[in-house]
Write a protein that binds this ligand. Structure first.
Ligand SMILES: [Zn+2]
Length: 106
């Protein structure tokens, strides 16, 4: 099961469906300052879903220079925000988001 910003979860769900993976999504209970959603797949498809998800996020990072509305992770700052799930984390020695596993190519 994945969780993150609703818009991203919708995009991920679309990617997974294109790869014949059934998905279920819904809002996170008690969503705070921004709308968060969860996304679930059948247990036997979890590994494939994770692979597609990471691939999608890697592609997204690669494209992020062309996507004007995307935030990016600022590794010059001591703390930065994951562009995919919005999690704040320390940049020291970090190459992946501790929450969603987004690879920053480090
Ligand atoms: Zn993340």
């Amino acid at each position: 099961m994945f969780r993150g910003k609703t818009d991203y979860m919708r995009e991920i769900a679309q990617v997974l469906r294109q790869n014949d993976i059934k998905t279920a999504t819904g809002p996170m209970p008690g969503g705070g300052w921004e709308t968060q959603a969860w996304l679930a797949v059948a247990s036997h498809q979890t590994d494939e879903a994770k692979r597609l998800y990471e691939q999608y996020l890697d592609d997204m990072v690669a494209r992020s220079g062309q996507r004007s509305t995307d935030k990016h992770a600022d590794f010059d700052a001591p703390e930065t925000e994951c562009p995919a799930c919005g999690t704040k984390f320390q940049t020291a020695n970090a190459t992946r988001c501790p929450d969603c596993g987004l690879n920053f190519g480090g």
